[in-house]
Design a protein around this ligand. Structure first.
Ligand SMILES: [Fe+2]
Ligand SMILES: [Fe+2]
Length: 282
């Protein structure tokens, strides 16, 4: 199967529309970020991010296609002119590695979030995969990223949930904010808590619905983080676990191993390679 056919089959398998809008192939993030697609696919690696170590591992596995959820070269749109112009040394070394090994990198972002087949319809492949890989079978997967995964569970604590996800997602640790011994029955995986706005809507929801534990993608120190710190110090059952954006979405790319044969309607050796915990804690 040609690499171009692998990519087309994976796209065809997905829903291909997001919040009622068909994905526009001229605008989608899901582009070939590097390499040639007009050659036989020798094997596939799925990952959150095609880091240098992932490229090395792909070559060791005899594979030549990396399907990555995030961008390759450190900027939105994966523009390369600025790196060529400035002759960035890390860029040149990473490029050489991909050239030497004949690696093709395809970004698989919008299509997997649009949905993979599930029951009679489709479900966000990243967040469904996250729930499945964690053992959260009862989780509700939402199309709205501000509350992507919602789970009501038997009483637990943030400390116990941290232990569970460290083990399941193979992490070295995570940022913990708030009351680590809070009683947790409601968990929400929410979107990016980032600069340039406020988290008022989310804070209102947490307060009203008594959500105990939040797992955000990106996280800044102000807005939500401050609110949870105060809540914890006042004795409310509130906490944040922040393993990081890439670590959090990575289980969704691991889960892809389980369905890619259905998408390709044939078997091509496919291996999930963990990009490695983005963070080291000392
Ligand atoms: Fe992401
Ligand atoms: Fe994502």
């Amino acid at each position: 199967m040609l690499i171009s056919e692998v990519i087309q089959s994976v796209k065809d398998y997905c829903k291909g529309s997001w919040l009622g809008m068909k994905i526009d192939d001229t605008k989608t993030r899901d582009k070939v970020l590097y390499g040639d697609t007009d050659k036989e696919c020798t094997g596939i690696v799925t990952t959150i991010y095609a880091s240098v170590n992932v490229i090395e591992k792909t070559h060791e596995l005899g594979a030549n296609l990396i399907i990555a959820h995030e961008a390759l070269l450190w900027n939105r749109g994966d523009h390369r002119e600025w790196l060529e112009e400035s002759q960035n040394k890390t860029y040149l070394a990473k490029k050489k590695l991909m050239d030497d090994y004949g690696i093709t990198v395809w970004r698989f972002h919008d299509y997997i979030h649009s949905g993979i087949p599930h029951k009679d319809g489709y479900i966000d492949g990243i967040f469904y995969g996250l729930a499945q890989e964690t053992g959260w079978d009862d989780a509700i997967i939402n199309e709205d990223i501000s509350g992507a995964v919602y789970l009501e569970c038997e009483p637990t604590t943030p400390r116990q949930v941290a232990k569970l996800i460290k083990e399941k997602w193979n992490l070295t640790g995570m940022k913990c904010i708030g009351n680590m011994d809070a009683k947790v029955t409601k968990i929400l995986v929410c979107g990016h808590v980032q600069e340039g706005g406020d988290s008022n809507t989310l804070i209102k929801r947490v307060d009203k619905e008594d959500i105990n534990l939040l797992l955000p993608l990106e996280l800044i120190d102000y807005t939500l983080t401050e609110y949870i710190k105060d809540s914890g110090e006042l004795g409310f059952d509130r906490a944040i676990l922040a393993p990081g954006h890439f670590n959090l979405e990575e289980p969704g790319m691991k889960y892809m191993e389980k369905w890619i044969d259905n998408a390709l309607k044939q078997h091509i050796p496919t291996t999930f390679v963990q990009a490695g915990d983005m963070y080291t804690f000392l």
